[in-house]
Every structure is written in C-alpha cells, then in structure tokens.
Design a protein around this ligand. Structure first.
Ligand SMILES: Cc1ncc(C[n+]2csc(CCOP(=O)(O)OP(=O)(O)O)c2C)c(N)n1
Ligand SMILES: [Mg+2]
Length: 372
C-alpha cells in the first residue's frame, strides 16, 4: 500500500476514533500545550490517568473474583498472567499528549493496558480482550499482554522482555525510509535493558538516525529483582551513553515533565536528527503480576512511593493553578467510574469467539497441532 494511502487511512480512523473512545479525551499532537487557559486539556489528562488507574484496580478485582454460573459452577474471568500499570500512568498519559495517531507508533511490553487506554482504546474493548471475548481488540485471543490497535499506531504489548526493541527500530526505519514524519515510542522495563536486543537496537537506531524514542519505565524492579541487583551501572540513563544519542533521567511521576522531556525527543526525531533514550523513573504500586506476594518491598518504601503518586501530584498542581475544583474532580471521577463499569458490564455480556475461529488470524497457514 502506498504510504500516502496508509497515512490517509489512519487519519480517517483517528477522526472516527476507534474502539469507542471519545475524540476530545485523547487528542493527538497537543504537544504539551494548553489549548485554552481554562485547564480543559489538563483536566482531560488527569481524567486519563484516573481512567487507567480505575481500569487497573477494577481489573484486579475481576481477576480475583470468579464468574459463577446458574448451576453453581465457577470459572476464572481472566486467564493467564496479569501485569498492572497502577503508579506508572503519567508516562502513558504524557506520551498520549504528544502522540500523533495518523503517523506515530507506540510499542511496549506486557504491562500494556495503560498505553492502550491512553491511545484511546475503550475500557469495554480492553476488558473484552481480558475476558477473552470476540469483541476484544485482538478478538479475545491475545489477552492481557497483547492489547493492540494498529489502526491508531498501537503496536501492542509484547511478552518477551526486550523483544519490542528491534521491532521499534524496524518501524522507525520504515517511518524515515517512507518519510512519513512519524515517530516510534518504544516503552520497556528497567529489566529489559539487560537484554542483548538493547545493544543491537540502540546501536543501529543511532547509526540509521531512526526516529525512535526508547523509554525505560524504571519502576525500580524487574519481577522481584531491584535495579541495584540487576544493573552494574545504577544510573540507568548512563546505560545508553555509548550510542551517541541523548540519554536523560526524567521524573516519570510528573506528567508535565514527561511531556516536556519526551517532547524534546519527539522534536529531534521528527527533525531527522535520530533517536533518544529516556529513563522515566517511577514506581508500580502493585506486584509484578497478580501472583506476586511483594515480599521484597517494605511498608515504608510503599508509603514513600504513595507520596509521589502521579495522580495526586497532578491533582495538587491543577488545584494550585486554580484549574481544578472539588466539583470538577468529583464529576471527572464519577464519569470515569461509570465508563469503566459500563465497559465491564458490556464485556461480561459479550460472546466468546466461536470455536471455528480458533485458528483464524494465526500466522502459520497450517497449525501443526490441529485436532484430527
Ligand atoms: C526473554 C524473557 N526472559 C524472561 C522473561 C520473564 N520475565 C517476565 S517479566 C520479567 C521482568 C521484567 O522486568 P522489567 O523489564 O523491569 O519490566 P516491569 O515488569 O517492571 O514492567 C521477566 C524476567 C520474559 N518474559 N522474557
Ligand atoms: Mg521494572
């Protein structure tokens, strides 16, 4: 397909706003600027972070509560592992403020719910995917680690740690080769920088001047192993110093800082000057996955982190600036709660994919283990 067609198609999709998200909530390309001085854009950003948090916390409940049928039998609602994003919201929401759905890409690891909601996936479509419903973004066959929406440039969640880094190099190379002006945002965890793919991808990205931004969501721990125990160099920004690209630490809990710092990298990439590497320092409030008893974390550490909750920090800033009243916050919170509850209700009522469709969309033309 010609590049122009592809870009035009994505621009139309953006306007229609796929997956049920309302157009005003997730505007592309606001570039960190306030469109008006009444704080509307800022409150939309706060709403997005609250939406992600609410979705994640309700997802945790849904994961832990089995579905009970009329005959008394039970089944789990969400199969497999579940990695929640609570605490890291400013990174996804800040990226969304810079993201242009008509030409940019975002690719991430398995902790992908926040990024997908930030790019406009509705709680209904995301929860339907988690429940394995046919209406999910991957028709119920990807699950929690694989939320995708390629039409808006969401190239999804990837389960192999570090697997998305060379893929991001590939999409960024395509963007520069085809001169789309697009940028690829590649999220990874702090653990992913210890993978071999990190060296291969960053080295080539710099040589090619690829328009990719490698963003480490440094939540201080890879499963249960703290950065101090998994990285010889404790300052993770220095880990990319050998690749001739800007390397910076960023306060990943401050959405305004995220927008400003990521924005510089976006400008550089769009100007054809090449990649950047940013370490967004943050914290995850929940365990690695829902099966994590969090034994490696002290109560004091968790309490300290709560003081720097990205939502609380932003709420306080908006109040200080006179951009948020109690009534406005209450209205935002109840509309978020309603949107998430309605999404869960719809996902619960949706059908499972039909059995005949189980091998559709599979890469292999012949599935080697097909039942006879
Ligand atoms: C190649 C590979 N090795 C190991 C794993 C198992 N694994 C899953 S998550 C994880 C830790 C990754 O931590 P980090 O990159 O910091 O991301 P976070 O979970 O903190 O978001 C590991 C080792 C995997 N999925 N892929
Ligand atoms: Mg981590």
């Amino acid at each position: 397909m010609a590049v122009a067609d592809e870009v035009a198609k994505r621009a139309v999709v953006t306007k229609q706003n796929t997956n049920g998200a309302s157009a005003s909530l997730h505007q592309a390309g606001t570039n960190g600027q306030s469109a008006s001085n009444d704080g509307q854009i800022e409150r939309q950003r706060l709403r997005l972070m609250l939406l992600i948090r609410r979705f994640e916390e309700r997802t945790y409940q849904e994961y832990s509560t089995p579905r009970i049928f009329a005959d008394g039998s039970k089944e789990v609602k969400i199969g497999g592992f579940l990695h929640l994003y609570s605490g890291q919201e400013a990174i996804a929401a800040g990226t969304a403020a810079l993201f242009d759905k008509s030409r940019d890409y975002l690719i991430t690891g398995y902790r992908c719910h926040g990024a997908s909601l930030a790019l406009g996936m509705s709680p209904h479509v995301a929860m339907a995917e988690l429940f394995g419903r046919a209406t999910g973004c991957s028709k119920g066959k990807g699950g929690s680690m694989h939320l995708f929406d390629a039409k808006v440039g969401n190239l999804g969640g990837h389960g192999i740690v570090g697997g998305q880094l060379p893929l991001a190099l590939g999409t960024a190379f395509a963007q520069s080769y085809k001169k789309t002006g697009g940028v690829t945002f590649c999220f990874m965890g702090d653990g992913a920088i210890n993978q071999g793919t990190f060296n291969e991808a960053l080295n080539l990205a710099s040589l090619y001047k690829a328009p990719v931004i490698y963003i480490v969501e440094n939540n201080g721990v890879a499963m249960g192993t703290q950065v101090e125990r998994h990285s010889a160099e404790k300052d993770l920004a220095k880990r990319a110093c050998g690749y001739d690209m800007p390397c910076r630490n960023v306060d990943g809990n401050e959405i305004d800082t995220v927008i400003a710092e990521f924005g510089k990298a976006v400008d550089r990439a769009r100007a054809g000057e090449g990649p950047s590497y940013l370490v967004a320092n943050t914290y995850r409030f929940r365990g690695h996955s829902t099966s994590d008893p969090l034994k490696y974390r002290s109560k004091e550490e968790a309490e300290r982190a709560r003081q720097r909750d990205p939502i609380g920090l932003y709420e306080a800033r908006l109040r200080d600036k006179g951009l948020l009243s109690d009534e406005q916050l209450e209205a935002i919170t109840s509309s978020v709660n309603e949107e998430v509850e309605e999404g869960i209700r719809q996902a619960e009522a949706d059908p499972n994919p039909p059995l005949e469709a189980r091998f559709d969309d599979a890469l292999a033309e012949k599935y080697p283990y097909s039942p006879k």
